[in-house]
Ligand binder design. Sequence first.
Ligand code: KG4
Ligand code: ZN
Length: 348
Amino acid sequence: MRTVLGIESSCDETAAALVRGAVGGSRTILAQRIASQDDAHRPYGGVVPEIAARAHAERLTPLIEATLADAGMTLADVDAIAATAGPGLIGGVMVGLVTAKALAMASDKPLIAVNHLEGHALSPRLSDPSLAYPYLLLLVSGGHCQILLVEGVGQFRRLATTIDDALGEAFDKSAKVLGLGYPGGPALERLAREGNAKKVALPRPLLGSPEPHFSFAGLKSAVLRAKQSGEYADADIAAAFQQAAVDCLLDRLRRALKSAGEVTALVVAGGVAANTAIRTALEGLATAHDLPFVAPPMQLCTDNAAMIAWAGLERLEQGQSDPLDIAARPRWPLDPSAEAVRGAGVKA
Ligand code: KG4
Ligand code: ZN
């Protein structure tokens, strides 16, 4: 059993966590704290990188101290220090990574530079110890919408990505159009519950396309036109948007399941995986394909440090660690061999 301190600061959540466990064994989140910056960014309707970096710099160190205190631990009790080293907003990533380097140096413990996307991708293994490689993963967040074949730590095959907006971004922008404020995803989901999706006809971009990829820009624009027409209730637009998103996800996943070969499970991760309608639809798809469906609990879906600690722990078990001069990376694809696709975002 090993204990890893995880640090996350790549977007607008400052987070620290202590995870203890072993691959193939039990695992426990000993303590975790998340300081959300939602209030600081709300007036701007989105994350302002400069404000985010400053807030991480102010909050991170006391947050780590408090997390250690929650678990009744000191750095001496930790086996390694893992921090998000990218992809993400570079100012914030640097705050987290440099803090981790300093702690690693002061405590003489290994440093593990974690890819934020790998944190999301492996988070289902933190909550479900029986989840084995290879699994088919839908990774849906504010900056990414990808289907990945997860074959092991650091071993990813990207089967599909978005050619324009990420799904979380489409949720956030559609929510803004409907006057729901920031962050929009959860608010749009709440409003959609009161609406009737059949009352508004919205497009399903790339549905049935021989290409494997996603596209959400056209759907987002259609939401804007529906709102501007003044003909529809906001709740119906929200419900129709969410249904169109679900239909696109299912269609692209069906295609990916055909090309992926044998997989142990259908898995979803990333902030948008907190959406209940999407989770329910994916569960149905998995059942139809005779596959288990695995989704981390809601609080492990959105950005958190427990997933970074867990990804660090898996790397540590493989004997991996990183030198103190490792660089922060604003861009860091999980599958470097995948061809670049127009518009794929940097935010995770
Ligand atoms: O992974 P994440 O916490 O942050 C990064 O993007 O790195 O994902 C945040 C995204 C946001 O776009 C947010 O609106 C979306 O996840 N999200 C949701 C829900 N909860 C969060 N989207 C739809 N339904 C939700 N319940
Ligand atoms: Zn994320």
